[in-house]
Every structure is written in C-alpha cells, then in structure tokens.
Design a protein around this ligand. Structure first.
Ligand SMILES: [Zn+2]
Ligand SMILES: [Zn+2]
Length: 486
C-alpha cells in the first residue's frame, strides 16, 4: 500500500483535541506538531515513511491574528523560531487545526495557508523540508504531507495512528467493495476493521512454532504489509508445530520459505523475508523500525531486549509471546508435563509494563544466554553447577515445543492484536491486558503483576520514549549508522 504513516501517542492526541476544541467561543484553533521522520527502506515493501509526533506547541493568543468558527489566521512572523528548531533538531514541521463546523478534510483556504508556510520553511531551511498538515473534525484526524521540492502535489498519507491502550486508525480510505476472503471477519468487526489492518505494516520476528502461525494468521486476517525476520533454517524437528512449510523447505531459510508460502495463498499482502537476526542484521533493525506493529516470536532474550527498547524509540506496538514449562519423569519412567504455559505480552508506548518489568527480560537471563552462546558446552550443566561455578542463573526452563500449545499461544497473539484495533474483550479485573498466561495443564488464564520500578527507562521514566537515536540505530554502534541520506 502506498502512502506515508503518521503516529501520535495517546497523550498527544488528548492534549491536541483538548486544546483545539477548547476555544470559549467555538473558534478554530491551531497547534504546531514537530515530527521525527523515519525513512527506513525495506526490500519488497513500498516506500512509506513514518512521521512520529515528538512535540506539541499550542498556538496561543500571540500567534493568532484573527479567528472565527470557520477560519484561523496566524502570525507568520512567529514561525522562523520553529523553523530553526526543526533544522537544529532534525524535525519536520506539522501544522494542525480543527474544523468546528465539521468540514471534513482540507479546504481551499487550508491549501493556501500550507503553501505559504512551506514557502517560508523551504526558504529558511531547505527544499527537502516537509510540511505535515492535519485537520480535526468530529474527533477524526485527516492528514496530508507536502515537500518543499514538489509543494503543489501533496503526498498521500495512508493513516494516522493513535497509540494509547489501543490502536486507533484515522484517515484510511475504504474500498468500494469488501474482499470475499474477509467477509466473515467483517461480519464480526465491521468493514473499517479490514481496511485498518490493510493499512498496517507488521513485522514478525522468529518464524518457528509461534512465529509461523502468527505470520500466516496475520496475512490471512488482512494485514497489508508483512515482514518476516529469521536467520534459521527449517529443521525436520520443527515440522510438528510450524505452519506453512513443506518437506522441500527443510534445510532452507525459514523466513524466505514462509514468504513463498504466503505469496502462494493469493491474499492481498505484500511480504518480505529477511534472513538474519535482529542483533546482527542492519536490514532487520531497519525493517523493525519501519513497522507499526512488532510481533516477538523468538526464543532469544537479547532479541526481545532490543524490541523492548525499539517500541519506545519508534512509538510502536509490541506483542511478544513465549512458552515455558517443565517436564518431569513419572515413577514408571515416562515423562510427563508438570507445567506448561504460554505467555502473551502486549506493550504500547504509553500502556503496559515493558518486558523487563514483566521479568521476561532480565540481566541474569541475558548473561546466561550470552554465556551459552560463547560456550555451548555450558548448556549441558545443571543449574546448581552453573550457579556455583559460573555465577550463572538460568536454564532449567523447558518449552517442550508441542504443536497445539505453540499454536494456541500464537492464536492468542493475533487475537490480542485484533482486540487492540477493535476492542472486543471484556476481561475480568484480575487479568491484565499486557500480560496474559494460558496454563495448558490447569486450563486457566492468569496474569503476573509487574515489578514496580519507577526508574525503568523503558516503561516508567520516559527516558527512551520518542528518544532521538542520533547517529547509530537505537544508539547501539554495533547496529551501524543510520543512513543519513535517505
Ligand atoms: Zn481548515
Ligand atoms: Zn519497564
């Protein structure tokens, strides 16, 4: 799908709406919103930049020359200070106003105002500058983007995404008729639901027992753009629980084979495969940054740690899953499942505890994983020896890898995602939206309380929220410099 994407946090959306609709006499009001532009290229996907709202500046009285319920005239002399800030902080300018009379979209006068602002901006900064224009009418956002070098022709915006404890999607265009494939889904959630999914870009990290059903369900459910990341080859022993692979795929890269399978289904989805690991592949990290929604279906802690930070830098939704369990041996010598549970964690930039606060990612687990990577022999040692001789805590956890359990967890990942786009769940108070465990032994569902760490740089202190990466991807030199020319 073509068109750029705009992301607002729920707090920014609320602040903007409160300001714009708060004029005592019902006049139009305006605001400047500064955006960070993420332009990361992904093979086989259309160019679609993400514009993340970074700051909101209310246009208070000193900005306004004249206003009514149908027009707003601002003092252009106030703008150069904002232009300077855009240049020094590498941000793009957004001009936002409301239409109290309910006029939908952009008026002829809006166009004249946009061109005036962009003339000034291109003159002060450069012709590469963008102007993001947004209007609000009846609670709905509309947007278009212009660039200094082709200011007469607005660039298409495919959606404006608001991330609170759900995903609100504004400004999408609805198709003339529904896709036959999605009719049943439409009868459950309505027509805009399918169009919303169609405008989203999802990345699935890991294409094994949980990742392959997640990816195929997303494609079948109507997500428009799908990127699958996995550096592993398919092993014969995976075949008991994966989806979409055939015998001839054994020994080949999982991401690539799964892409080929999904391509063969005749669905309206554009699929990319990346043969690599998040912590090693620049291409994979760029793909991650380009997505609206991240699905973590990997079993490695360092990959999860990276995604757990990326969602705050890049204002994304992150749904992670994993299975845990313990197999014991019965008196008669047969193994039996003593514990087996699947977890679905659902984290948004301003909602939910992060994976560190959910204790899915810990320094101990990261250390253990790195030590096993450096010396695979350690994996054979028992937890007591590991702790005593190597100061390592970890291991002992077993995820048996049985099809119905991995699939059920994957199903709940996609159901959780759909609940964010069209909330349908009415869960009991003991359950948390961000942490759901399915206990396959007792057939119960429960949540864990997160640790209460007000200092957490991910989900509590706001330290990583919308933070500028600067020179390197996610500020990690190992992940290479962000291509400044894009
Ligand atoms: Zn207007
Ligand atoms: Zn946290």
């Amino acid at each position: 799908m073509t068109g750029h994407r705009i992301t607002l946090l729920g707090s920014q959306d609320r602040a903007l709406k409160e300001w714009l609709c708060g004029h005592p006499e019902g006049h139009e009001r305006g605001a400047i919103v500064l955006f960070r532009r993420l332009a990361r290229v992904v093979n086989h996907q259309p160019a679609s930049d993400r514009f993340l709202a970074i700051d909101v500046i209310r246009l208070t009285d000193e900005w306004i020359l004249d206003s009514s319920s149908t027009h707003l005239k601002i003092n252009m002399r106030m703008l150069p200070d904002v232009f300077l800030r855009c240049e020094t902080e590498r941000l793009e300018l957004g001009f936002v106003h409301n239409h109290p009379d309910g006029y939908v979209g952009f008026s002829a006068q809006d166009e004249i105002n946009e061109l005036n602002i962009l003339h000034g901006l291109s003159g002060c900064n450069s012709q590469d500058s963008y102007l993001i224009a947004m209007t609000l009418s009846d609670g709905n956002w509309f947007a278009r983007i212009r660039q200094g070098r082709s200011l007469e022709t607005p660039l298409l915006v495919r959606h404006i995404c608001v991330l609170s404890d759900k995903i609100e999607i504004h400004g999408i265009s609805l198709p003339e008729e529904s896709s036959d494939i999605l009719l049943r889904q439409e009868s459950a959630f309505g027509m805009p639901f399918n169009s919303k999914l169609q405008s989203l870009r999802a990345v699935v990290v890991g294409a094994g027992g949980t990742g392959s059903p997640v990816a195929t369900l997303l494609a079948r459910g109507g997500v428009g753009e799908l990127i699958i990341i996995d550096g592993d080859d398919l092993d014969k022993s995976n075949m008991n629980r994966v989806r979409g692979y055939r015998a001839q795929d054994i020994g080949k890269n999982k991401a690539q084979s799964l892409k080929e399978f999904i391509d063969s289904l005749g669905l309206n989805v554009s699929v990319s495969a990346i043969n690599g690991y998040l912590n090693e592949s620049f291409e994979a990290v760029d793909a991650l940054s380009s997505a609206d929604v991240i699905f973590g279906c990997t079993d490695d802690i360092s990959g999860r740690n990276l995604m757990n930070q990326a969602l705050y830098y890049h204002a994304q939704v992150y749904i992670d899953c994993g299975l845990t369990g313990r197999v014991d041996v019965h008196e008669d010598g047969y193994p039996y499942l003593r514990d087996h549970r699947g977890r679905v964690s659902c984290i948004l930039p301003e909602s939910g505890a992060c994976l560190r606060c959910q204790r899915v990612v810990t320094d101990e687990k990261l250390r253990y994983e790195q030590a096993i990577k450096d010396n695979p022999e350690l994996a054979k040692l028992d937890p007591v020896t590991l702790k005593r001789d190597y100061y390592l805590v970890g291991g002992g956890e077993q995820a048996p890898g049985v099809g119905p359990f991995t699939s059920a967890t994957a199903d709940n990942v996609v159901a959780t995602f759909m609940n964010l786009v069209r909330p349908y769940r009415s869960i009991s108070e003991e359950l948390r939206q961000d942490n759901i465990w399915i206990d396959f032994i007792h057939m119960t569902i429960h949540s864990n309380e997160p640790v209460n760490d007000p200092e957490c740089i991910c989900c509590r202190s706001g330290f990583l929220l919308l933070r500028d990466e600067g020179k390197f991807r996610l500020e990690i030199p190992r992940l290479g410099e962000i291509n400044a020319t894009l």
